[in-house]
Structure formats: C-alpha cells, structure tokens
Design a protein around this ligand. Structure first.
Ligand code: ADE
Ligand code: ZN
Ligand code: ZN
Length: 256
C-alpha cells in the first residue's frame, strides 16, 4: 500500500485510538456485572441484546467513535472539572459529559415508549459509560485533557498518563478479561452492598479524587514500568470491581 493511503487509514487510530478505557477494562466490568444481575434484569437484557453478553456489547460506544455521524457522543465518555471541586458545583459542558450521558441513557432505556432500536443503542452506551466512569482519568481535569498531554514512558515506549490508565497498566498483567473478572468477581454481600451504595454523583467524585492522586503519582517524562504496575494493581482492580458491581446495580434498577 502506498504510504499516504496507509497514513490516511490510520488517521482515526492516531486521533481517537488512545482516548478510551481499553476493551479489556470494559469487558471485565461487563463480565463482573453479569454475575450480579437479578433474574428479571437478565431476561430483559437477553431479549434487548439478542443474547449477547454485557462484555460483548461493552465496547460498542468506542467502536462507533471513528464514524463522524456519531460525533455527538464524543464528549459523553468523560468529564473534566477542577481538582478539589465536586461535580455538582462545577460548570457543565454544553456538549454533555459522562454524568449527563448516563442519566440520559438510563431515561431512554427505561421508557418503553421509545423504539426498541433507540433503547438498545442507549443501553449499549450506558454499559460502556459506567465502565468509563471508573477509569479515574475519565473524571479528570481539562487543562491537560484528562492526562492525555502528560507524556510518560511505559516500559521504554512513549505514552501518557491517560493511556497508562486506559490500557498500559491493565495490559501489563497479561491476563484476558475473563481471567481478570475471575480474579475480581467474588465479593461478600456486605462489601458488595457498600460498593453499590451511592449515586452517580458520588461515583464521579470518587473517581475524580482518585484522579487527583494519580496526577501526583508521576512526573512528566517519567519512566514507568513494573514498579508502577505493582503499586497501582490494587487500585486498578478496585475500580474494575466497583464498575462491575455498580453496573449491575444500575441495570437491576432499570429492569426491576
Ligand atoms: N479529552 C479531554 N478530556 C478527556 C478525558 N478526561 N478523557 C478522555 N478524553 C478526553
Ligand atoms: Zn469510552
Ligand atoms: Zn480514556
């Protein structure tokens, strides 16, 4: 293939490829949630998703990113507001954000007067956005685009703080999404209840607070590798587990 054509085809990968909680993170969240669905939610989801798993549909919102006709949804994957502030006190984007996106998706899916197509579309987005909500760099600050402008090295290769949390860290364990979900799905009832407590507002501020710590965890240009991946293993796993259990809670409520 001629070079200009190759570059043209890869353009969307350069522009959009590194902006989202990678496929593995979303699938782990979906896989964990699947285990905690009520019978009623399971039946409704099975019908709307044509028998596909939550893990399978969890990446749909990223898959449509390269299609310009869906550009309206780009800003729905994250929110930026000043560190130290609560979401509810912050200035809102006219394009929407991950919180308004989740609220809109819940309303669309709940309303049985909406077309099946519309409900299914927003259901898939919802499953994805609850995952993104638990990637701390998706509840971040605007000046460096949620860490996308903070360059670091990951095992000797160029990366940035956002990308480390979207994919580098999770990929460093070399585990499939099912292996990761198996590691995380067993939670006793008391802990599960604790994790599932609260609202979208509590969850976004929780991620935002973690995000503030992550900004302090690196220096610009720092060489990250094994040390970082061990230090942040618990935090990464905790976020994946929270995402999964809370996704189950949201879906169980919708289909109750
Ligand atoms: N673009 C700007 N801010 C972002 C964020 N927090 N997450 C993903 N993409 C972004
Ligand atoms: Zn996303
Ligand atoms: Zn991202």
């Amino acid at each position: 293939m001629r070079k200009p054509l190759v570059l043209l085809l890869l353009f969307p990968v350069f522009v959009f490829g590194n902006a989202f909680w990678g496929k593995t993170g979303h699938r782990v969240t979906g896989e964990i949630a699947q285990e905690y669905l009520t019978g009623k939610a399971k039946r409704a989801l099975n019908e709307l998703l044509d028998g596909h798993s939550l893990a399978f549909v969890s990446t749909f919102a990223d898959d449509i990113k390269a299609d310009r006709s869906y550009s309206k949804y780009s800003a729905w994957h994250y929110v930026n507001y000043p560190l130290g502030m609560d979401y509810q006190d912050s200035e809102k984007s006219e394009y929407g954000d991950i919180v308004t996106a989740i609220q809109e998706c819940i309303a669309k899916v709940k309303d049985e007067k909406n077309s099946r197509e519309d409900r299914v579309f927003h259901l898939k987005l919802l499953i994805h956005f609850i995952g993104d909500l638990h990637q701390p760099m998706h509840a971040s600050r605007g000046e460096d685009k949620g860490g996308n402008d903070i360059q670091v090295q990951w095992f000797g290769e160029g990366s940035n703080l956002h990308r480390v949390w979207d994919k580098n860290l999770i990929e460093s364990y070399g585990m499939t999404y099912t292996e990761l979900a198996n590691e995380l799905h067993e939670v006793d009832r008391k802990k599960r209840k604790e994790i599932q407590e609260g609202t979208i507002y509590d969850w976004v501020d929780e991620s935002h607070e973690i995000c503030a710590e992550l900004y302090d965890s690196v220096e610009v240009g720092e060489k990250l590798g094994y040390r970082y991946s061990y230090d942040y293993n618990n935090l990464l796993f905790q976020q994946l587990q929270r995402g999964g259990l809370r996704l189950a809670k949201v879906l169980n409520e919708i289909f109750s």
